[in-house]
Ligand binder design. Structure first.
Ligand code: MN3
Length: 197
């Protein structure tokens, strides 16, 4: 069965003024859609055709001859995950078990945000910054291009897309401002908490 582009979990203007409807129109409607279309083209009726997205990602990770399939599958997954990490009137502070785990791993929510921002800003070129659960502890990581925690045996809790297409229309070269805005204004802590295992 072919993969389909999941709809955004909010209207395309819901994140204004922080992320414009124009950015989401291109980012979801063109970039995310293109990864879905390319994945379907690559998988076709081949041996991966009946696998889930997650199965395709783990089966093709770190295999040079499967790089195109991996890149498109992972980018489909990464973007769907990223949209759920965002919401209108997000930000604020986490609660419950997630708040406890953040305090244990980073000392405070502000410190976590500082480390996430450093990872996002420090990612050279295209990629992603992540909050992950690795075993029982929380960590900040960054990955290049399409690479994600799934392909590294880690459980993803939150991500921010730092490919230029994620912010250039709204922030031009100001990646740090984009990341800070996502963390302060759009971060969907309820979704992050749901991802804890
Ligand atoms: Mn993107």
């Amino acid at each position: 069965m072919a993969f389909t582009l999941p709809p955004l979990p909010f209207s395309s203007d819901a994140l204004e003024p922080h992320i414009s409807a124009k950015t989401l129109g291109f980012h979801h409607g063109k970039h995310h859609a293109a990864y879905v279309n390319k994945l379907n083209e690559l998988v076709g009726a081949g041996p991966l055709a009946n696998k889930s997205l997650e199965e395709i990602i783990t089966a093709t990770a770190n295999k040079a001859d499967q790089a195109a399939v991996f890149n498109n599958a992972a980018q489909v997954w990464n973007h769907t995950f990223f949209w759920s990490c965002l919401k209108a009137n997000g930000g604020g502070a986490p609660t419950g078990v997630l708040a406890d785990k953040i305090k244990a791993a980073f000392g405070s929510v502000d410190k976590l945000k500082e480390e996430l921002k450093n990872a996002a800003v420090g990612q050279f070129g295209s990629g992603w910054a992540w909050l992950v659960q690795d075993g029982n502890s929380l960590k900040i990581t960054k990955t290049a291009n399409a690479v994600n925690p799934l392909s590294q045996g880690q459980n993803a809790l939150f991500t921010v897309d730092v490919w230029e297409h994620a912010y250039y229309l709204d922030y031009q070269n100001r990646r740090p401002d984009f990341v800070q805005t996502v963390l302060d204004k759009l971060l969907n802590w309820e979704f992050v908490a749901q991802n804890l295992k």
